[in-house]
Each structure stands twice: as C-alpha cells, then as structure tokens.
Design a protein around this ligand. Structure first.
Ligand SMILES: [Zn+2]
Length: 165
C-alpha cells in the first residue's frame, strides 16, 4: 500500500477541484526545540483546501526529530539503548536515575518515538561516567548490577605472585 498516492487526483467533493501533491516548509516543535522541514501535502487546485495523510505527518515529524537531533548533537535511540543495556538497568530503573523519568518515556527515547531535550541528553551522558552512575544510583536507591566486563577485568587484575627462578 502506498498511502502517498491516496489523494492524488481525487476530486474534492463539494467544490469539484482536484487534489494534487505539493510541498511546503513548516516549523515543527519537538521537546521545546524546533526545526523547519519540508512536508508534502495534497492541495485542492480549486479552493486551496489542504489534506495530509498520516504518512505525510509522520514523515515530517521524523524529519524534524532527525534534524533537531543532529543540530543539538543529541544521542540517537540506539546509543541510549546500548548505554542503558550496558548498565544492565531496566528502563524503569534507568528512569529513576534521570530525575524519575517514567519508564514509557525512556522506552520512547530508545524507540525514537520521543526526543530527549538537551537537559535530559546531558544527564544521560553524565551517567556514562561510572562514578557519577554509582552516585546517582545510590541517591535514587537503585542497586547497580556489576558490569560483566568489570568482573572479567578484576579477575585478570589479580596480582600474580612473582617467583624468582
Ligand atoms: Zn476544493
């Protein structure tokens, strides 16, 4: 199914005009930040009525999110998810460390459905410092599971007794 063609050439009932695909530049606000993107729409050639398909709306919103993310150099959904998984915290626990951000919002960031603002982005980045992560976890009452690589490292770092030949 190609929803993009849903309205192409369709007659506008009531006025008799026909819808044709156009593009316009619009400013979309996301999480208090804004981007101007190109959005496609269908405009009636007789009365100028505008119609947008769900796909056109979502496409413009996604473009705005991508544009804002790259402009402010915000973490990508994948980066947030990878980092959160590296801490072995659930989205809910992770949210506790971020001023009590609800689980659904954390999951939304990881799926790209929501865009974290700069403040949240900096907070997530600050947790990438292991000491800050421990400090905030203690403050939020979240028990951090030991990272597997740390277990491997500590066993490697066990002092080997030096033996003289
Ligand atoms: Zn019309």
């Amino acid at each position: 199914m190609n929803a993009d063609w849903a309205l192409e050439g369709h007659v506008h009932r009531g006025c008799g005009g026909r819808y044709a695909r156009r593009t316009e530049n619009i400013t979309i606000k996301v999480s208090g930040m804004a981007a101007t993107v190109e959005r496609s729409l269908y405009r009636c050639d007789a009365c100028g009525d505008d119609q947008y398909t769900v796909e056109q709306r979502e496409d413009a919103e996604q473009k705005a999110i991508d544009s804002i993310r790259s402009y402010y150099e915000l973490l990508t959904p994948k980066e947030i998810r990878r980092f959160r998984e590296s801490t072995q915290l659930t989205p809910e626990q992770f949210g506790h460390l971020l001023w009590g951000t609800p689980r659904g919002v954390v999951e939304g960031w990881e799926k790209g459905r929501y865009l974290q603002n700069q403040q949240a982005d900096q907070l997530i980045r600050s947790l990438m410092d292991p000491d800050e992560l421990k400090r905030r976890a203690a403050k939020a009452g979240v028990v951090l599971p030991p990272p597997p690589e740390q277990i491997a490292m500590s066993s490697l770092e066990e002092p080997v007794p030096a033996t003289e030949p």
